[in-house]
Design a protein around this ligand. Structure first.
Ligand SMILES: [Zn+2]
Ligand SMILES: [Zn+2]
Length: 292
């Protein structure tokens, strides 16, 4: 998952995204652009979930957009293209891959936003009002996010989350940043299953009929203890060198449960020690970075 929030209405649209990308189990963290501009269509694509899917979807739709007359034209061919990409590749984050198309619709005579995701076979769903994923605890998640949360989060927690307030419409770039930082505090620094990795920078995109641009508004540079909270229990090198979260041995994870015959959380089917456990070289590297 990734942080995406936007609102398209009337004469303009605004989008904010983070830039953090991560491999399965968060063993590697990096950054990636999640908004692709289609200036000629007065539109952008924003991708969510599997990075490979996002890159492939962005590239194919950008390419095909030269044949589209406008936003509505692109939207009508997008489902078939996304299905083809989906079937051709073996993507890992099956539950979460989605693409949002936000732009000027001549049909609607205003800026509109649509989501297309794997679970609904990429049939576009129109989004009315402001949209955000992941949501802070104080706001009600979208049905799309509930679909992602349902298998992992208790029914009780979900029921009380349904009672939360609707997302307000941000009135300024600062409002968007504030919303994103609240989501970061509530969702990135909490343990799985509702944890979402959020980080890198926040990019703010504005579209109107005659111009569109993206600016960097904020850099996440969390203090060490917050970073460790975010990667706790993952396969990230810093987490593997933290006290084992699976038992109370007091040893670091690589010297403890990582060496047992447990299946690697990356989904490879191999034991952790034969898979994502730090090699001695990687461990030496990660330990040298810890020295103040
Ligand atoms: Zn242990
Ligand atoms: Zn692995």
């Amino acid at each position: 998952m990734t942080l995406i929030a936007f609102h398209a209405c009337g004469d303009n649209a605004e989008i904010i995204t983070d830039s953090l990308a991560y491999s399965h189990g968060a063993r590697h963290l990096g950054e990636v652009t999640k908004v692709h501009h289609l200036h000629h269509l007065r539109a952008v694509l924003a991708t969510q979930g599997d990075v490979w899917f996002g890159c492939a979807a962005g590239a194919h739709l950008s390419n095909i957009s030269k044949h589209a007359d406008d936003f509505d034209g692109l939207l009508s061919v997008a489902p078939a293209i996304l299905r083809r990409i989906w079937e051709a590749e073996d993507f890992t984050d099956k539950a979460e891959a989605a693409l949002f198309i936000i732009g000027w619709s001549p049909e609607a005579s205003e800026f509109v936003s649509c989501g297309l995701d794997a679970k609904t076979d990429f049939e576009p769903w129109r989004i009315e009002g402001p949209f955000m994923i992941p949501t802070p605890h104080s706001l009600r998640p979208s049905e799309f996010e509930f679909g992602i949360l349902e298998p992992a989060v208790s029914a009780e927690a979900l029921a009380s989350w349904r009672e939360a307030a609707e997302m307000p419409t941000p009135q300024s770039p600062q409002d968007w940043v504030h919303l994103a930082l609240t989501a970061w505090e509530d969702r990135a620094l909490t343990p799985a299953p509702s944890r979402v990795f959020i980080g890198g920078s926040l990019y703010f995109t504005q579209l109107n009929y005659s111009a569109q641009a993206t600016h960097r508004l904020f850099d996440f540079d969390p203090p060490d203890e917050d970073f460790l909270k975010m990667v706790e229990g993952t396969l990230h090198p810093r987490a593997q060198l933290a006290p084992c979260p699976f038992c109370e041995s007091g040893k670091v994870f690589v010297d403890c449960c990582a060496d047992l015959d447990v299946e690697c959380p990356c989904g490879s089917g191999s034991a952790i020690r034969d898979c994502c456990m730090l090699t001695p070289e990687e461990r030496a590297q990660a330990e040298s970075e810890l020295v103040p």
